[in-house]
Write a protein that binds this ligand. Structure first.
Ligand code: GLA
Length: 400
């Protein structure tokens, strides 16, 4: 049986179609490897969240005044743009059509009006829900089973950031819960920063970047030195997994809440910054002390956090309670934190070998807390004396 010219043309056409189809399928499965492509979180997110200071005692006036204070204190200009409402903003029950209802006694104007207000200040509004049947407070519903409805609601309100918690999940596997919300958010077409709050239970650093823009690596922080440093340690283990678009999250800042000394809060902020952690202020920014503002408003430390390279620092050397944390910055610079976790002062040495600077390199050192460039230049190592429960933070710039 012979083929006519027409048969051959048809066959060629069909085989071209099949090849094209195979390419489409390949592209499809490639894109499914990452459900999230919202272009957000190119540097770690910066903003404020209600939980650490106010827990469930929140209302729309507080949120508005916080937005005002972020602007009037200059924090907004420094990059703190997200105003994030945490748990307890909704009524216990959904409406008859299954939609979230903002709590009438505390958010009488609704969330859309609040978003408009926050946007009018040049800021962004974040909200909170849970990959379970109820949130952690158990005072409002979670989004499990309502993912698309809730994502659409958030988008229609003008929400810019969603923190998604892990309580009351009925024992369902996280892969049956979190990706649903990632997809739902993507389907809304509104770029919404997606913050996974899975507490580090199932090593979210290993899978978080496919689903979210940040992932909690720890259980909840509290306003104490022990809690803070232990979260820093747990988060450090996953340094390799942080990168632009997806960040390890050791939980929100406690700076300004009163449970630590000023030096301890400086350690807290320095380690969060160098670890490329989200910088989410957790104090009452309407009533801050000068000391608190000097910490969270330190431009040079913020610049380390927001450096475009987006590489999380590691603890490169540890001798008992004396530690060296270091990470590369753009422009061949290196950020270091020399941390003394003991209760007595001690010198700490950063060796170029440990912090990744080539031998014989001469560097200039900028002290980010004293805001001064040291006169002395350093080669191969740098030794600095550090107070108890304190740190010093430097950016080292090679001169040769
Ligand atoms: C969990 C989260 C906290 C906070 C509370 C709210 O504990 O980890 O950050 O959101 O829930 O109930």
């Amino acid at each position: 049986m012979g083929f006519s010219l027409q048969d051959i043309v048809v066959l060629l056409f069909l085989s071209a179609l099949m090849k094209a189809d195979a390419r489409v399928t390949a592209v499809d499965s490639e894109s499914k490897r990452t459900l999230l492509a919202n272009g957000l979180g190119i540097t770690p997110p910066m903003g404020w969240n209600s939980w650490n200071h106010f827990s469930c005692f929140i209302n729309e006036t507080l949120i508005r005044e916080t937005a005002d204070a972020l602007v009037s204190t200059g924090l907004a200009e420094l990059g703190y743009q997200y105003v994030n409402i945490d748990d307890c903003w909704a009524e216990q029950n959904r409406d008859s059509e299954g939609y979230f209802v903002p709590k009438k006694s505390t958010f009488p104007s609704g969330i859309k009006a609040l978003a408009e207000y926050v946007h009018s200040k040049g800021l962004k509004l974040g909200i909170y829900s849970d990959a379970g049947y109820l949130t952690c407070s158990q005072k409002m519903p979670g989004s499990l089973g309502y993912e698309q409805k809730d994502a659409d609601t958030f988008a229609s309100w003008g929400i810019d950031y969603l923190k998604y918690d892990n309580c009351n999940n009925g024992g369902l596997k996280l892969m049956e819960r979190y990706p649903r919300m990632t997809r739902a958010l993507m389907r809304t077409g509104r770029p919404i920063f997606f913050s996974l709050c899975e507490w580090g239970d199932m090593h979210p650093a290993l899978w978080g970047a496919k689903l979210g823009n940040s992932w909690r690596t720890t259980s909840d922080i509290n306003d104490s030195w022990e809690s803070m440093v232990s979260r820093a340690d747990q988060n450090e283990v996953y340094a390799e997994y942080a990168r632009p678009g997806g960040w390890n999250d050791p939980d929100m800042l406690e700076v300004g809440n009163g449970g630590m000394t000023n030096d301890e809060y400086i350690v807290h902020f320095s380690i969060w910054a160098i670890s490329k952690a989200p910088l989410l202020i957790g104090c009452d920014v309407r009533n801050m002390t000068r000391e608190t503002m000097d910490i969270i408003g330190n431009k040079e430390v913020i610049a380390v956090n927001q450096d475009p390279l987006g590489i999380q620092a590691k603890k490169v050397r540890m001798e008992g309670d004396l530690e060296v944390w270091a990470g590369p910055l753009s422009g061949y610079k290196t950020a270091i934190v020399l941390l003394n976790r003991s209760l007595k002062p001690s010198p700490i040495t950063a060796n170029w070998d440990d912090i990744g600077i080539p031998p014989k390199t001469v560097v200039e050192a900028r002290d980010l807390w004293k805001h001064e460039t040291l006169k002395k230049k350093f080669m191969d190592k740098m030794t600095v004396s550090i107070g108890p429960h304190s740190c010093r933070m430097f950016v080292l710039t090679p001169l040769s």
